[in-house]
Design a protein around this ligand. Structure first.
Ligand code: HEM
Length: 382
């Protein structure tokens, strides 16, 4: 309800099943189907190379740099606009933080009692209109950004854009945290990359089918930390029955992705462990439920950007592991600081601030990467 009051009623993600949603869905499918996404591999690779290059100079800045890279990838793909500074991303993220809560059904009393929206703002304790105005103002600030003006954007796609950046960034951050916490797994990934791709090459999408352990590690990261743990809420358009319970028309339902992945009772490996082996036929009798069947949602609302996102994640994490060694930093109390990494709460959940040590595997690799990044920016790809 508050999302609607903020002016997000026409957002792709919030649209109910209707002609406008069907039309947007068709367009998204045309641009983002498995075949079409291959077209974007060059711009994804370029964003990854400049992200990796930035880590040679500023390894401690990896979250900031990753944010820029995720923004670059999605903005270049959607609007063909380069993101050169973090200013654009800052404005977009502040807006997302405000509207994120507004989009969450049940977050405000007005969701339960929709008539509250008609109570004037001067009535004591009624802050609905103030929050809605704040959200609207932030959205309008984003629409005033040069790229948004250029594309005559409405606030809705802009909100979608920010969500997609955060999801991609959150997934990669979860991977960095996991491989720093589990160095043996990091080594196994690196060994496979060196064996299959060669240790002086950045992996490409064509290598993917020959990298079973890498693919299993990406699946395990999606199981370990699904970025959208409650997916997007559904609105029941007619009465239904689920496992003997009546679900009345108009009920808002959250698919609990979190519970689907936490309970891996199939592979025999404890669900608490970070273990890519649970997805490998030659390690377990029965592999765990494939996270691609739930981490991107379900049915007709399944994430249309999943192939694109998956490629971005693959290129980023393989580039990282083949070029750098990532290890935990020890806090002043002598304990591994990663074990206390705070996670972002809300519709999207991922580790939001933590410190790791990121070192190039060799001087030579760092120099080659730097040369490639320089060449790219000389050719005007940036
Ligand atoms: C790792 C990154 C991503 C994850 C984990 C993710 C996950 C999800 C999930 C769980 C949903 C809800 C699906 C449902 O309700 O069943 C969703 C919807 C959506 N996603 Fe993604 N997503 C990611 C990246 C992207 C990207 C890169 C794009 C666009 C380029 C995108 C575009 C969308 C859109 C437009 C919807 C709404 C679809 C609809 O309501 O019909 N996503 N995503």
């Amino acid at each position: 309800m508050l999302g609607e009051l903020m002016g997000l009623g026409q957002s792709f993600r919030l649209l109910r099943y209707c002609a406008a949603w069907k039309q947007q869905r068709k367009l998204a499918h045309l641009a983002l189907n498995a075949g079409a996404t291959k077209e974007y591999s060059k711009l994804q690779t370029e964003a990854v190379v400049s992200f990796l290059d930035s880590l040679i100079e500023n390894p401690s800045d990896f979250i900031f740099q990753l944010r820029l890279a995720a923004g670059r990838i999605v903005l270049s793909m959607t609007y063909d606009v380069p993101v050169k500074s973090s200013e654009t991303m800052n404005v977009l993220e502040i807006m997302m933080a405000t509207i994120g809560k507004g989009m969450m059904p049940g977050a405000y009393t007005v969701d339960m009692f929709p008539w509250l929206r008609y109570i004037p703002s001067w009535v004591p304790f009624n802050n609905i209109h103030t929050i809605a105005t704040e959200g609207r103002t932030r959205l309008l600030r984003v629409v005033g950004l040069p790229f948004a003006k250029q594309q005559f954007l409405s606030p809705s796609p802009t909100a979608s854009f920010t969500a997609t950046c955060l999801q991609t960034m959150g997934t990669i951050l979860a991977f960095i945290l996991a491989i720093a916490l589990y160095p043996d797994i990091q080594t196994k990934i690196r060994m496979e990359l060196d064996r299959v791709v060669g240790h002086r090459q950045l992996p490409t999408l064509d290598d993917r089918s020959r990298l079973p352990y890498v693919n299993a590690a990406i699946k395990e990261m999606m199981r370990w930390n699904p970025v959208v743990p409650l997916s997007l809420p559904r609105f029941k358009s007619k009465e239904d029955v689920y496992q003997g319970f009546r679900v009345p028309k108009g009920t808002i339902v959250f698919p609990n992705i979190w519970s689907a992945d936490v309970q891996d009772d199939i592979s025999g490996i404890s669900p608490d462990e970070f273990a890519p082996e649970r997805f490998l036929d030659d390690c377990v009798e029965r592999t765990a439920l494939d996270p691609y069947s739930y981490a991107f949602g379900f049915g007709r609302r399944i994430c249309p950007g999943r192939f694109f996102a998956d490629n971005s994640v693959f290129l980023s994490v393989t580039g990282l592991v083949s070029t750098f060694v990532i290890s935990p930093t020890i806090g002043s109390d002598g304990r591994n600081s990663l074990l206390r990494a705070p996670f972002r709460q809300g519709m999207m959940r991922f580790p939001e601030s933590f410190h790791v040590c990121i070192l190039p595997r060799s001087e030579q690799l760092a120099e080659e990467l730097h040369a490639r990044a320089r060449e790219m920016s000389k050719n005007g790809s940036e």
